[in-house]
Design a protein around this ligand. Structure first.
Ligand code: COA
Length: 257
């Protein structure tokens, strides 16, 4: 069990908060595992109607722990991250996310699988997979070009450009951008509480219907991305990029030309 995930239960609502602030809520295997367990249990628990996912009011998450990336075994990252993303992907009930500060890597990818996303205007979202010698993950190579158009998706996924909460809301990645972490969390909570007043199975059936079109294609893409991502973790380009981050220097990819 990880105390880096704070679990709060109240009637109808499960709140999961990432809480590893000294590393900007970088996600460890134990953190993924805890969130996966909670989501899987909540999926089958009739008393849970919605989930609220948050970091702190200053920071959502800096993404996967980069040390875990570096130390990944030959066969890939281990099951925890996939268990978590799978639990989120298959979750029948609505998930509301509150995002302030950095939301990097999987911190942005996971938002594509939440149902309501609130961001602080100045949040910093980013998917620096290519910059790290890796590739997009968990459906983002399909979802983002469709949502944003190829041009903007290239900015975000090939150039690893960061974008603000304000942009995320304007582009349809988030429902709304708010002023600061406290207002963002309050709005996310308000939506989560609003969901608790609705007919539970009507909400679930409607979520399923809206996510059904193209689901099989998305599953295929997720599988292919997962295989490539796992293999790339051991690629010399990724090793160079990760070592550069740890040594606080610019990566040098010239030797791979
Ligand atoms: N994994 C492990 N540790 C991380 C981390 C991560 N993903 N992100 C940040 N940290 C650690 C830093 O190493 C630093 O630790 P230290 O104080 O022991 O040196 C601490 O968290 C604070 O990070 P720092 O980089 O100093 O904060 P910043 O405010 O200058 O920058 C970010 C914030 C998010 C822009 C920057 O930390 C970053 O780019 N992190 C990596 C994000 C990433 O690539 N994630 C994986 C995506 S696939």
């Amino acid at each position: 069990m990880s105390d880096h995930i704070i679990v709060e239960r109240e009637p109808g609502l499960l709140t999961l908060r990432m809480n590893r602030l000294d590393k900007l809520n970088a996600l460890t295997r134990a953190m993924y595992s805890r969130m996966a367990e909670e989501l899987n249990a909540a999926n089958d628990d009739r008393s849970v109607q919605a989930v609220l996912l948050a970091g702190s009011e200053e920071c959502f998450t800096s993404g996967n722990d980069l040390l875990d990336f570096m130390n990944a075994p030959k066969e890939g990252l281990g099951g925890e991250v996939l268990q978590f993303m799978q639990a989120l992907f298959e979750f029948k009930k609505p998930v509301v996310a509150a995002v302030a500060g950095p939301a990097v890597g999987i911190g942005t990818t996971l938002l594509l699988h939440c149902d309501f996303v609130y961001v602080s205007r100045d949040a910093m979202l980013k998917m620096p997979f290519v910059k790290l010698g890796l590739c997009p993950e968990y459906g983002s190579s399909l979802i983002l070009p469709r949502l944003l158009g190829q041009a903007r998706a290239n900015d975000l996924l090939l150039l690893s450009e960061s974008f603000t909460g304000e942009q995320a809301a304007a582009w349809g990645i988030a429902n709304a951008a708010l002023d600061g972490g406290a207002a963002t969390f309050a709005k996310a909570r308000e939506t989560a509480l609003q969901l608790l007043d609705l007919a539970p199975s009507a909400v679930q059936v409607s979520k399923r219907l809206m996510r059904a079109p193209g689901r099989e294609e998305l599953r295929q893409v997720i599988k292919e991305e997962g295989e490539l991502f796992g293999a790339r973790l051991k690629h010399p380009e990724a090793m160079e990029a990760l070592a550069a981050f740890m040594q606080k220097r610019k990566p040098d990819f010239s030797k791979f030309l």
